[in-house]
Design a binder for this molecule. Sequence first.
Ligand code: CA
Length: 225
Amino acid sequence: MRILVVEDEPSVRENLKELLASEGYAVDAAQTAEDGAYLMRENDYDAVILDIVLPDGSGLDVLKKFRQGGNAVPVLILSALGGIIDRVSGLDTGADDYLVKPFVSAELLARLRALVRRRYVQLDPVIRVADLAIDTKARKVSRGKRTIELKPKEYAVLEILARNAGTPVTRAMMWEHLYDWDYDGMSNTVDVYVSRLRTKIDRPGEKPLIHTRRGVGYVLGLEEA
Ligand code: CA
């Protein structure tokens, strides 16, 4: 899951980046309306957290132009402006949710999860693939009666695979949703996470669910022998 944070206040921006990264999200950040608008045009985000009062303009204008262009990415406005009129105009402009600063981390994360779920038009928070169950609300994973503990990045890899179950997910797609815009890593890191995930999901004696597609990427699902 890849999130854009548009926020000019350095301490809030850094806190958000840290908070989201600790949950396994890949995070890009912009400090101005112009940079935010640019990144929103260039990248396919799972959600955007948008401040209203920015040094070079209003986050609402960014949002308005973006929606006029037909883009439906979920947007959560995070603003110090907490009046009814501010909230109503934010939602009317096309925001999916509105949270007033100062905010509580747990609430922000819960609202973000709700937005991402809605984007995938998935009412049941539990994704099931064969006997594997992924509760995207509680971020809990089990296979049969076995509970599986995953690190945030491993969970993020599994979630991308599960949301595309039966369809190969390319390394580039995984990369896009796992890493930050400026991340300077090596692409085989994706393979490292998949391999760690595989040892936890597919135990000896169980039917393998994670399959490699040479030259393409990975697919999650049961395969006929
Ligand atoms: Ca601001």
